[in-house]
Design a protein around this ligand. Structure first.
Ligand code: KIV
Length: 264
């Protein structure tokens, strides 16, 4: 059982590290590294990363449940947040609570995350009242890509900047235990981080946040994404492609399997 205040260290000077994960095998590595990672996010970015879509809009509650179950099996000791997908919480307070409950019952994450501010305050309050911890998400909220008209940095104009700041305060007041800030100017993220008691986790939001999150496949270099805010900690793309090439050569040249890999 996780106590959020034990696991998600509130503003104690130590930064929080969060990464996405969507499957059992990768999750077993998080379990091994549980002292080196604070939070797993089963993000609706699985729409892009796992399903190969251009956006996250098609992700269903059942997809989140399936992937969260896989992840929890592999990393039972790591605090795990499951994303609420597009249209699973927007329609009404009742639908939001119902879907958050279904995700919790069926896949047992430790919390849910949902995008948006003032529009969903009542939804968030009711989910929390039902016993489900909620993480907020402001700034570039990918589920609103069709309103924004793309995946651009948010909060550069003064009206939007003020809105994001106000929304962050409203979310904290509503009881979220943490907020993700995505793709906003660093000084805005810093201002929000300084104004909140709960930890603020950034992605493309500068170094002053209380923590950072990245999509695992991006930081492992498993794709050709060249987002400014991503640091590639490995180049798995070339390692995997070279391994596939070597395997293909070995098979075609009768070099695999060898005697040691065969039965007598
Ligand atoms: O779905 C996701 O991976 C996310 C992160 C980018 C924060 O929401």
């Amino acid at each position: 059982m996780f106590k959020i205040s034990d696991n998600i260290k509130y503003k104690n000077g130590k930064k929080l590290s969060m990464l996405t994960c969507y499957d059992y095998t990768m999750a077993t590595m998080f379990e091994k590294m549980k002292n080196n990672i604070d939070i797993i996010l089963v993000g609706d970015s699985l729409g892009n990363v796992i399903q190969g879509e251009g956006d996250t809009l098609g992700v269903e509650v059942d997809d989140i449940i399936y992937h969260t179950k896989c992840v929890k099996k592999g990393a039972p000791s790591v605090f795990t947040v499951a994303d609420m997908p597009f249209m699973s919480y927007q329609i009404s307070v009742e639908k939001a609570v119902e879907n958050a409950g279904i995700i919790m019952k069926k896949s047992k994450p430790n919390a849910v995350k949902l995008e948006g501010g003032r529009e969903y305050i009542e939804h968030i309050k009711k989910i929390i009242l039902s016993g489900i911890p909620v993480m907020g998400h402001l700034g570039l909220t990918p589920q609103s890509v069709n309103v924004f008209g793309g995946y651009n940095v948010r909060g550069r104009l003064s009206d939007e900047r003020e809105k994001i700041k106000e929304d962050a305060l409203l979310l904290e007041k509503a009881g979220v235990f943490s907020i993700v800030l995505e793709c906003i100017p660093s000084d805005l993220a810093q201002e929000i981080t300084n104004s909140l008691k709960i930890p603020v986790i950034g992605i493309g939001a500068g170094v002053e946040c209380d923590g950072q999150v990245l999509v695992l496949q991006d930081m492992l270099g498993m794709n050709n994404n060249k987002f400014k805010f991503v640091r590639k900690y490995a180049e798995l793309d070339s390692i995997i492609c070279n391994s596939i090439k070597k395997y293909d050569e070995d098979v075609k040249n009768n070099k695999f399997p060898g005697k040691d890999e065969s039965f007598v």
